[in-house]
Write a protein that binds this ligand. Structure first.
Ligand code: APR
Length: 169
């Protein structure tokens, strides 16, 4: 059996087997949750990221968690919102699917996601939350070793959007 839930908090402190980083294609850090994760994980994270040679939008790459409570970090560049007609919805779903697949490949039982692409990348929250919840639920229903997915929301408004998406699932 599997569960999907939401909490209000800082993903860098969340003790999942893997936490997801809303990265950019360079994988060399940035602001937002990317910056927070690099600060909390320490300098070895950037050293490992440098060996990964970037990542395409919608794909995901794994590193160790270093000083984080999480064992692994799954780095995925979500899509930049360009109005909704450039395949953004499918690319966002792909980011979630890629992270779920990589987590399962590494035997993770728990995964924590931030609200990918809804900050600097300006993907509308009310559109992103249902895509995130439905994609993760599809991966879990298809049979995955992942048993628990948590959306770690940085503000009450974000948590409300994910709770509403969960209730409509
Ligand atoms: N824990 C959980 N969520 C967080 C945290 C945190 N510590 N810090 C920020 N967030 C939330 C934001 O409030 C937002 O809801 O993560 C969500 C994603 O926002 P961004 O971090 O701006 O990510 P994104 O919109 O995907 O843009 C990615 O921003 O930081 C750069 O390098 C990154 O270029 C990339 C771009």
């Amino acid at each position: 059996m599997w569960t999907i839930d939401t909490i209000l908090g800082d993903i860098t402190q969340f003790p999942a087997d893997a936490i997801v980083n809303a990265a950019n294609c360079s994988l060399l850090g940035g602001g937002g949750v990317d910056g927070a994760i690099h600060r909390a994980a320490g300098p070895e994270l950037l050293e490992e990221c440098r060996t990964l040679r970037g990542c395409e939008t919608g794909q995901a790459k794994l590193t160790k968690g270093y000083r984080l409570p999480a064992r692994y970090i799954l780095h995925t560049p979500g899509p930049i919102w360009r109005g909704g007609t450039a395949g953004e919805a499918e690319l966002l779903a792909s980011s979630y699917r890629s992270c779920m697949a990589l987590a399962a490949e590494h035997g993770c039982k728990s995964v924590a996601f931030p609200s990918i692409s809804t900050g600097v990348y300006r993907f509308p929250l009310e559109l992103a939350a249902p895509i995130a919840v439905q994609t993760v639920a599809q991966c879990l229903e298809a049979g995955s070793c992942v048993e628990r997915v948590t959306f770690v929301c940085f503000s009450p408004a974000v948590r409300k959007a994910y709770e509403q998406a969960l209730n409509r699932k």
